[in-house]
Design a protein around this ligand. Structure first.
Ligand code: P1T
Length: 378
């Protein structure tokens, strides 16, 4: 079955009891047992809920995975995956990550004596060099938030395999439509389903997908033991969102390409980060491991914070907001918004600068979007 068909049908067969074509919202916390221990596979909705089950099956199939697990947010998914670790373990991670992930690593899991080593993820050798006998997990985001840098997923996962290290990739920016890390040798794919998978900026959610039955069993145990699960209605919204993921992603990417090319030529723009541009230092890798370049762009304007502030405050269609991946276009200033919590020296080292602006390009008409950016850039 192809991606578009799986998104609409896998896990979403007509309801067995009523024939309802669309998966019902099983808004229940508990399930009545016919006799002690005799039930239809559900006992309590933290452990399992039929609407969530449908979403988990659909998401797993979109990533070419066997097992899907859903969570209350992207960070809940990441936190639950990190429960695979024990005090004393080490994680080698790409250094360009969503600010909330950096905060979770540095200010929460570090307290439990887990060490995070940040490396420049654009060169696989850096991961290899940072591995110690205590390394249990390699974590990366690709493309990264907010600089749209790439890591060579297949090469890094080979390194992880030879050293018996679990490898996880946050695939939020590409979505499974454009990138399938499990096919490239990764053990666990993580998503903030809040973004492209939901697609309408109306739900917070997360997911972890794997082909490894042992990892699945462990993460499923932590999903229930930790309890950061999504509710039935949120699961239903996500199911509704993924039905159109393919058509949305095509339009996001088409609009983003046109905008990236426009920005690259604009006299007030210093640099554009978009993997679809020939000028992107990893454009060849992007073509190799992605089937499209997504809807996220970041760019540096000539000037500093004042100039950036003026632009992000003067767009009319692009809403000044955190988040990404919805049908509507958003504009943001990573230094003060999504990456405010990343330590200053970490930001300086990466180049998350005061003049950096991030766009989540929506699926509106391209001329309207272009017109909005033109007037805002002046
Ligand atoms: O917000 P939440 O659903 O918990 O997802 C966290 C998360 C994880 N991974 C990536 C790559 C992300 O971009 C995010 C959330 N990001 C934003 C809110 C943002 O505006 O970048």
């Amino acid at each position: 079955m192809e991606f578009e068909t799986k998104a609409i049908h896998v896990g979403q067969e007509p309801d067995k009891t009523t024939g309802a074509t669309i998966t019902p919202i099983y808004q229940t916390s508990t399930y009545t047992q016919e006799a002690l221990g005799k039930h239809k596979g559900y006992e309590y909705s933290r452990s399992g809920n039929p609407t969530r089950t449908a979403l988990e099956a659909a998401l797993a199939s979109l990533e070419n995975g066997k097992y899907g697990l859903c969570f209350a947010s992207g960070l809940a998914a990441t936190s639950t995956v990190l429960c695979l670790l024990k005090a004393g373990d080490e994680v080698v991670t790409g250094n360009d990550l969503y600010g909330g992930t950096v905060r979770l690593f540095n200010k929460v899991f570090s307290n439990f004596n887990i060490k995070f080593t940040y490396v420049d993820g654009t060169d696989p050798k850096n991961f290899e060099a940072a591995i110690t006998p205590k390394t249990k997990l390699i974590w990366l985001e690709t493309p990264t938030n907010p600089l749209l840098r790439l890591s060579d997923i297949n090469t890094v996962s080979q390194i992880a395999k030879t050293k018996n290290i679990i490898m996880a990739v946050d695939n939020t920016f590409a979505s499974p439509y454009f990138q399938k890390p499990l096919d490239l040798g990764v053990d666990i794919v993580v998503h903030s389903t809040t973004k492209y998978i939901g697609g309408h900026s109306d739900v917070i959610g997360g997911a972890a997908i794997t082909n490894n039955s042992e990892l699945y069993t462990q993460i499923k145990f932590y999903q229930n033991a930790v309890g950061a699960v999504p509710g039935a209605f949120d699961s239903w919204l996500l199911l509704r969102g993924i039905k159109t993921l393919a058509v949305r992603m095509k339009k996001h990417a088409e609009n983003a390409m046109a905008i990236a090319e426009f920005l690259e030529k604009h006299p007030k723009v210093k640099k554009v980060n978009y993997p679809g541009l020939k000028s992107h230092p990893q454009h060849e890798l992007a073509k190799k491991q992605m089937s499209g370049f997504g809807g996220m762009i970041s760019f540096e304007i000539k000037g500093g914070k004042e100039e950036a502030k003026k632009i992000v405050e003067s767009t009319k269609l692009f809403a000044l907001a955190e988040s990404l991946g919805g049908v509507e276009s958003l504009i943001g200033h990573p230094v003060t918004m999504t990456h405010a919590e990343v330590p200053q020296e970490h930001k300086d080292k990466l180049g998350i600068t005061d003049n950096l602006i991030r766009l989540s390009v929506g699926i509106e008409d391209i001329n309207d979007l272009m017109g909005d950016l033109k007037q805002a850039l002046g």
